[in-house]
Design a protein around this ligand. Structure first.
Ligand code: NAP
Length: 518
């Protein structure tokens, strides 16, 4: 069995000591082993800062964009092999795996294109210059430059390709070297991508490092020019944010965490309408894609009380048609959750949700194509609650699996907003309505609690990938429970890795430094 190695300090490094075994979550077959014990994290960071940083900063945005395009092209060239690994190690159906891997290449390409647009610049002017004195000679201008540290990326288990790529794309284009740490349980995909990129030598030495296995003391070695971008549970995010070493040096920390995303059905979008169909399709896709292990998945289904029963029945109808099993088997539409621990957590979460409501759908059929008793399977589960009596759990516990709750509301936008806001901040919520007044009131009410709002209507139904898809051109992140972070959003995503500063002085000097005049 292979033992995955880290790529730190410009070479492959074996981990020592206790090895963790990576499994196929459908069959529990052992796939590889991993350990990061003994990897010198301080030296790895030092190499990234001293070697990768200067090499990237010597390049223009356009040149860094070319590197991202090459990364995307290499990953695409090995697409089938990576998809197979995602099916085996992630419990992904092929369609789930494509969502992850194609999302990675697409995001790298989008940032490559952004780099091309930013051209020969190395410094970015931020907004217009301002006159500071009596005459225009005394001038101010905001600019941004790459930070001189390393960008440490800690990723969750559910998107080993996209999570790796979306963070790396923004950091590398911004001019910062990256040390990426995938979640251990699904590290095969990120590890293989790293092998492909190293073999093709697409990046300058030190621009990208990979640490597989546990983070260990990695974050203790960070300093004031470094950045941490973390994606995972709120608990781990809170732990990292409070680390004294990070607090002391004001290390920049971006957290992408849990979310109790809601889908609000407007009272006008009744059964039979195109918008109702879009709503149903998005709810069922989010519950079953990647077995519900998507940070953006719909967890709370808000339906006007008069149609809540119909919504419940229609969702149950569609869930009944979902074949659960080994994603490598023909016809399977939903695989297992990623690990035994994840399964335990999802089961406990379902019990907690059901205590506050009623379990209306839960599959008991045996998974297809799986040795008896094997695999971390949980079928889709739908819970419903009484109008106005949903209890606290549905608004406080993110069950990271194929689970959602129908929450009836009055049909007033203000009531929907009040209920959704009990989730204390989310990544994305959606409003399904063709009534512009309802959508506007709901959107303005929901806006302070979210990083993104998806406004579903008949006008966009045909083109929409749904709220669960994160696009590189739009920001990803959210306030409160969602971690308070922000990634992507086109050029906005570079800000995390760059130092913004104000220059004030004589106008020709300021404009020359800002790259606005030759
Ligand atoms: P997790 O247990 O918090 O782990 C996330 C990552 O943090 C893993 O790479 C893990 O490494 C690492 N880690 C754990 N403890 C650490 C520590 N003390 N110091 C540094 N790193 C540490 O979360 P998960 O179970 O993998 O992911 C599921 C959660 O992620 C869900 O709650 C989901 O909502 C959230 N998520 C959010 C987003 C988003 O964009 N907002 C996206 C995807 C997932 P090991 O694997 O080696 O333990």
């Amino acid at each position: 069995m292979d033992t995955l190695r880290s790529h730190c300090g410009g070479r492959w490094v074996d981990g020592k000591g206790a090895l963790e075994t990576l499994l196929n979550p459908a069959t529990e077959e052992a796939l590889a082993r991993v350990s990061s014990e003994g990897v010198d994290r301080a030296a790895a960071l030092d190499y990234a800062r001293r070697t990768g940083g200067p090499a990237l900063r010597a390049l223009s945005f356009a040149e860094r964009g070319v590197l991202l395009a090459a990364m995307s092209e290499r990953i695409q060239a090995h697409r089938d092999e990576i998809l197979e690994l995602a099916v085996a190690n992630g419990g992904n159906t092929r369609s789930d795996a494509k969502f992850d891997v194609d999302g990675a290449t697409f995001t790298l390409s989008a940032y490559a294109e952004l780099g091309r647009g930013l051209g020969d610049a190395r410094i970015l002017a931020d907004g217009e210059g301002v006159t500071l004195g009596r005459s225009p000679r005394f001038h101010g201008q905001h600019v941004s430059v790459p930070r001189h540290g390393a960008a440490v990326h800690i990723n969750a288990f559910n998107f080993p390709a996209w999570g790796f790529a979306e963070k790396a794309a923004a950091a590398l284009l911004a001019g910062m070297p990256v040390l990426s740490k995938p979640a251990s349980s699904s590290a095969l995909v990120a590890h293989r991508i790293m092998e492909i990129l190293v073999d093709a030598a697409v990046l300058p030495p030190g621009a990208l490092s990979l640490l597989v296995g546990s983070a260990g003391d990695l974050l203790r070695h960070l300093g004031p020019q470094d950045v941490v971008a973390f994606t995972g549970s709120g608990d781990t995010g809170a732990l990292i944010r409070a680390m004294p070493e990070l607090v002391r040096d004001s290390v920049r920390v971006n957290v992408e965490a849990d979310s109790l995303n809601a889908a609000v059905l407007g009272p006008d979008a009744g059964p039979g309408s195109e918008t109702y169909e879009l709503f149903l399709k998005d709810v069922v896709r989010d519950m079953t894609q990647k077995a519900g292990q998507k940070c953006t998945a719909i967890r709370r289904i808000l339906a006007p009380a008069g149609v809540a029963d119909r919504v419940r029945d229609d969702v149950v109808d569609r869930l009944s048609a979902v074949t659960v099993g080994n994603p490598a088997s023909e016809g399977v539409r939903m695989g297992p959750v990623a690990t035994a621990a994840q399964l335990e957590d999802v089961r406990a979460g379902i019990e907690a949700l059901a205590r506050d409501g009623r379990l209306v759908f839960g599959r008991t059929a045996l998974p297809v194509g799986v040795p008896e008793g094997k695999g971390f399977f949980v079928g889709p589960v739908l819970i419903e609650v009484e109008p106005g009596a949903e209890g606290a759990t549905v608004h406080s516990r993110e069950v990271f699996g194929p689970v959602a709750t129908v929450v009836p509301y009055s049909g007033d936008a203000a009531d929907a907003v009040e209920i959704v806001a009990r989730g204390r901040g989310g990544l994305v919520s959606s409003v399904y309505s063709d009534d512009v007044a309802f959508t506007t009131e709901a959107a303005l009410g929901l806006a302070p609690y979210h990083g993104r709002l998806f406004l579903g209507s008949a006008r966009i139904a045909e083109q929409s990938p749904g709220p669960g898809t994160v696009l590189p051109t739009l920001v990803h992140g959210g306030p409160g429970r969602a971690g308070g972070g922000e990634e992507l959003g086109g050029a906005r995503g570079l800000a995390l890795y760059r130092q913004r500063l104000a220059l004030e002085g004589s106008r020709p000097v300021v404009e020359r430094i800002a790259g606005l005049k030759a």
